[in-house]
Structures are given as structure tokens and as C-alpha cells.
Design a protein around this ligand. Structure first.
Ligand SMILES: Cc1cc2nc3c(=O)[nH]c(=O)nc-3n(C[C@H](O)[C@H](O)[C@H](O)COP(=O)(O)OP(=O)(O)OC[C@H]3O[C@@H](n4cnc5c(N)ncnc54)[C@H](O)[C@@H]3O)c2cc1C
Length: 364
């Protein structure tokens, strides 16, 4: 099949590579001038183990499976990564109950190696930590997400596929037996494809709205939840990922590490109504308070505004978190069209598994 993938983020690239590996002719259309310019370059680069998500959900399934696939891919393709492990810490009896709940959830999801450790055992691993207990997740880690995307792109090209940059998809309609796709930008024009995959991240709903005959009832809302990060202007004190207990809309302001060992903090949850990428330095106040619950030694004046990312959520504050939403022909009735909505965290970790799922749907 001639397959068009819309969006050269980590998920679109993984889908394009998987489709090319199946023998399809694949083109990726990307609105900007490079890969990973959307949500994919604005995340924590954490390889999640798969603990938090309801058993049987797409997020649980694709995160645990995608994580194993991602580590294998990184090892075989020379992508930098570090399975450094993670501690989810409890600083009060109420949090301890929550963390124990996460242990049960993670085990049900098939996550390997999880165990509860006491406060002293946690401090033996991370001496600066203050907590009364922690869930240890040895399978969690970090990955060079840009290196990973470059490897996906390389394999796509090796299999004869390619990316058309500065080529936004404007609209499309199905005229049997193919999709007629209108492109804007550098090489504006119309081209025909057998199958189309909408992996446009924050632009997925806007694109689906411009698909002729797409049922309005299959178009979920787009809810924007910004996540701000602050860098740490000092010598790193942790060698593992440190997470507090999760909060409404996110996993809590956690310590992430980059591959050089530098520490940063975030992301928080800021509900917004339009895309904006500035980090308000005043948000540091709430960061200090939250971080000091598990790291009392955080020095004054050590947090510097860094970057932010926007989660493409499907539900808002106080609502039950939505699962990834993959809508194919069986639901919307249009042949060989797959729309991906709400691909927020753990989309990076899940990407290889999601990609297989999506490509299999084209053959049904
Ligand atoms: C703050 C934050 C932290 C996160 N942390 C983690 C983490 O630690 N671990 C993890 O596993 N996941 C994490 N995630 C989730 C992960 O980053 C995303 O799930 C993933 O990057 C989504 O990739 P994508 O390809 O779907 O979207 P994107 O990367 O946004 O790619 C979509 C692409 O489509 C393009 N596009 C849009 N409209 C059009 C159009 N009409 N025509 C052509 N191109 C178009 C855009 O330019 C963009 O390049 C985090 C997310 C956020 C926001």
C-alpha cells in the first residue's frame, strides 16, 4: 500500500518505520522543517515501566510492551539510554498507602522487579532523600529521544520511505479506491494514498475535522495540559529518577536526569486554553515547596526556568484520565484511515508497540 503518515513525531516515525518494515511504501508529511518538533522534543525522556495505568488499557499494554521493545531497539541501533531505575516516594502514611496501591497496579500490569523498600533502604540508595518508604522500579530509565527518532528515520529511509518536511496536510477525502490528500507548504498539491494515519499530536483533532465525511461523534475534545520544567543549577545529588506520588493530571513534579547525569524538575500541570511555550519563573515558588517534601536539602535560588511541553489530553481537571484513543475504520467507517488522539505520556515509551498496533489495523 501507499501509506501516508501525518506527523514526524516519535509516534508517527515509529508507525512509518513499522509500515515500511511490513513492505508498504511510506511517506511522512510533516508541517515543520524537522523531526520531533512537536510534543516529542518537550518531554522527560523517561522510559516508563508501565506502573500507573489501569490494567488492560492501551496505555498499560503499550507502555509495558513498548518499554521492552524500546530497550531492545536502543541496544540494537546504538541509541543512548540508561536503565537507571526509579523510586516513587511516600512522605506520609497517606502517600504510603497510595504507593502500595501503585505496587499492586504495576504488578497487575506485568511490570518486572517492583518492590517496596523502607525509608532507610531508600536513603541507602539516595542519601539526600527524605521519605518513609518508596516503590523501587528497576525497569524505568531514560533515553536519548532525538537519537531514537533519528534511528527510526534512518530505518524508514533504508526501507525506501521518506519524510516531506514543511508539508502540512490541509484536508483529505476518500474517493474509492484511494484517499485524495491536499498538501500545503513547500510542495503544495494533491496526491493519492491507499491508507492514511493521522499521528499529528496536538494537531490530530484539527486534521480530523478536515477529513470529508468524518463523523463528528468520533472527534474527541483536545484539552491542553502544559508541563513546565525547571533546571537545577547545582551538582546533581540523585542517580535515579525520583517521583512523588501522582497528582491530578500528571505524575507529580519529579526529578529527571539526562544522559549526562544533570538533574531537572518537572513537569507540573498547568491547564491552558491555547498553545504557549513560555515558562513563568514565578512557578518556581510552588516547585520549591513540592520538591522539598522529598528533598529538604534543595538550596534556595537553585531552580532556573527551562522548557515546557503540552500534553494533548482528552479530559480536563478532575475528570478520569483518558486512555490513548485509536480510531479506525471499524469505528468511523472510512477505509484505511487511522486517527490517533490523546497520545500523551507514556507515548514515547509506547511508540514501538503503538506502531505495530496501528499498522496491523491497516490489514484488517
Ligand atoms: C511534559 C511532557 C512530558 C512527557 N514525558 C514523557 C516521558 O517521560 N516518557 C514518555 O514515554 N512519554 C512522555 N510524554 C509523552 C510523549 O512525549 C508523547 O506521547 C509523544 O511525544 C507524542 O508523539 P507524537 O508523534 O504523537 O506527537 P508529536 O511529537 O507532537 O508529533 C506530531 C507532529 O505532527 C505535526 N503536525 C501536526 N499537524 C500536522 C499537519 N496537519 N500536517 C503535517 N504535520 C502535522 C507536528 O508538527 C508534529 O511534528 C510527555 C509529554 C509531555 C507533554
Amino acid at each position: 500500500m501507499q501509506v501516508l503518515v501525518v506527523g514526524a513525531g516519535v509516534v508517527g516515525l515509529a508507525i512509518a518505520r513499522a509500515a515500511a518494515c511490513r513492505g508498504h511504501d511510506v511517506i511522512v508529511a510533516e508541517a515543520t522543517g524537522g523531526i520531533g518538533n512537536g510534543v516529542s522534543s518537550r518531554n522527560s525522556e523517561v522510559v516508563h515501566a508501565g506502573i500507573y495505568y489501569p490494567t488492560g488499557s492501551l496505555r498499560a499494554r503499550h507502555c509495558t510492551r513498548g518499554r521492552r521493545m524500546l530497550y531492545d531497539f536502543c541496544a540494537s541501533h546504538g541509541v543512548a539510554h540508561n536503565k537507571c531505575g526509579k523510586l516513587i516516594v511516600a512522605t506520609s502514611p497517606a502517600e504510603l498507602t497510595k504507593v502500595e496501591g501503585l505496587l499492586a497496579q504495576g504488578r497487575e500490569n506485568g511490570v518486572e522487579g517492583l518492590e517496596m523498600i523502607g525509608g532507610n533502604a531508600a536513603r541507602a540508595l539516595e542519601p539526600e532523600l527524605a521519605c518513609i518508604g518508596a516503590l523501587s522500579s528497576p525497569e524505568s530509565g531514560i533515553v536519548d529521544s532525538h537519537g531514537y527518532m533519528l534511528a527510526l528515520w534512518g530505518e524508514l529511509e533504508d526501507r525506501g520511505g521518506g519524510i516531506a518536511f514543511e508539508t502540512p496536510v490541509e484536508r483529505m477525502s476518500y474517493a474509492a479506491p484511494q484517499w485524495q490528500v491536499q498538501f500545503g507548504g513547500r510542495d503544495a498539491g494533491v496526491a493519492a494514498f491507499d491508507a492514511v494515519i493521522n499521528s499529528a499530536g496536538l494537531g490530530a483533532q484539527a486534521l480530523a475535522q478536515r477529513i470529508a465525511g468524518y463523523p463528528a461523534g468520533k472527534l474527541p475534545p483536545l484539552v491542553l495540559a502544559k508541563g513546565n520544567y525547571f533546571g537545577f543549577a547545582g551538582k546533581p545529588v540523585f542517580s535515579r529518577l525520583i517521583y512523588p506520588t501522582p497528582v491530578d493530571g500528571g505524575l507529580g513534579v519529579h526529578v529527571t536526569l539526562d544522559l549526562a547525569g544533570r538533574m531537572r524538575f518537572g513537569p507540573d500541570v498547568e491547564w491552558i486554553d491555547h498553545e504557549s511555550y513560555t515558562v513563568d519563573p514565578r512557578r518556581a515558588d510552588s516547585f520549591y515547596a513540592r520538591i522539598r517534601t522529598y528533598w529538604p536539602g534543595l538550596p534556595d535560588g537553585s531552580l532556573v526556568p527551562d522548557y515546557c511541553g503540552i500534553r494533548p489530553k482528552l479530559t480536563g481537571p478532575g475528570e478520569k484520565p483518558a486512555d490513548f484513543l485509536i480510531v479506525d475504520e471499524a469505528e468511523h467507517g472510512l477505509p484505511r484511515l487511522v486517527n490517533l488522539f490523546g497520545i500523551e505520556s507514556p507515548g514515547l515509551t509506547s511508540s514501538l508497540s503503538l506502531a505495530e498496533d496501528v499498522v496491523e489495523r491497516l490489514d484488517r
